[in-house]
Design a protein around this ligand. Structure first.
Ligand code: PGA
Length: 269
């Protein structure tokens, strides 16, 4: 079955509004080069979304994502300083079509767990807004060192708890990003981490697909897009993306430059 290939840029907290203008100016002529078979999403900081919208909101070659929303907050639940709600995202004047759910950095720094992530997914399922989640899962180095069985159990727990009461119908809208924490971002000395090898990434994405078969069914699992994330860049993208169970990438550092992001979309086609 042919699956949708999806490349997502995850800008995290690193881009300012001025950086976003610069990126968009660079991207304007380059977007022509994006293969039509590859969907491109950019998850921008909330403050930068309006700029992406201004440049690409009416252009379906780049779809806009937020990086998180807070659960259990509605216009009637009282004040919550600092929160961004699904209601606000839905009603945004920007055409926000995606949200990253459960990125490991949000799990760690905002202390959210699988239960919280499940509540986010249930809010999205309930809202019928059409906003699609990119659900991030992945292990830290301790788990990886304990071998494949422990890894499998860990990924299964993240998926089973995160996807509790998620219908097969809504599951078809979810993209899963496999992001081993040990491969994401930079080392403490500021140098880039190594990505997982293509074999390691393939093995984990295959495990994820088999868990989806157990939780749902073969057909659904065959159709779902599973991205790999963790130090993917133009140089290693082709090899990672040529693996049978890897249908895209979620890219942090290498997504901040328009040329590098476009090169990754080319490697994906
Ligand atoms: P990285 O980040 O590409 O900078 O490792 C990936 C991610 O966190 O989504």
């Amino acid at each position: 079955m042919s699956r949708q290939i999806i490349i997502g840029g995850n800008w995290k907290h690193s881009m300012t509004e001025a950086d976003t203008v610069e990126f968009c100016e660079e991207m304007k002529p380059l977007i022509e080069q994006k293969p039509t078979s590859v969907k491109l999403i950019i998850a921008a900081p909330d403050l930068c979304i309006h700029i992406l919208e201004r440049y690409f909101g009416k252009d379906d070659r780049i779809e806009i994502s937020v990086q998180h929303f807070d659960i259990g907050v509605s216009p009637t639940t009282g004040a919550r300083t600092g929160a961004t709600t699904l209601n606000q995202i839905e009603k945004s004047e920007s055409n926000i079509q995606w949200v990253i759910i459960g990125h490991s950095e949000v799990r760690e720094y905002s202390h959210i767990d699988n239960r919280y992530i499940n509540q986010q997914l249930l809010e999205l399922q309930e809202s019928k807004s059409g906003i699609r989640p990119i659900l991030c899962i992945g292990e830290d180095f301790d788990i990886r060192e304990q071998g494949t069985e422990v890894l499998k159990d860990y990924l299964k727990k993240q998926l089973t708890e995160g996807l509790a009461d998620i219908s097969a119908e809504f599951m078809k809208k979810i993209v899963i990003a496999y992001e081993p924490i040990w491969a994401i971002g930079k080392k403490t000395d500021g140098s880039a981490k190594e990505s997982a090898t293509s074999d390691q990434a393939q093995e984990s994405c295959n495990i994820i697909r088999s868990i989806i078969i157990e939780l749902y069914n073969q057909e659904l699992a065959d159709g779902i897009t599973i991205q790999y994330g963790g130090s993917m860049k133009a140089k290693n993208a082709e090899e990672l993306l040529s693996q049978t169970d890897i249908d895209g990438g979620l890219i942090g550092g290498a997504s901040k430059e328009a040329q590098s992001l476009i090169d990754i979309t080319k490697a994906a086609s």
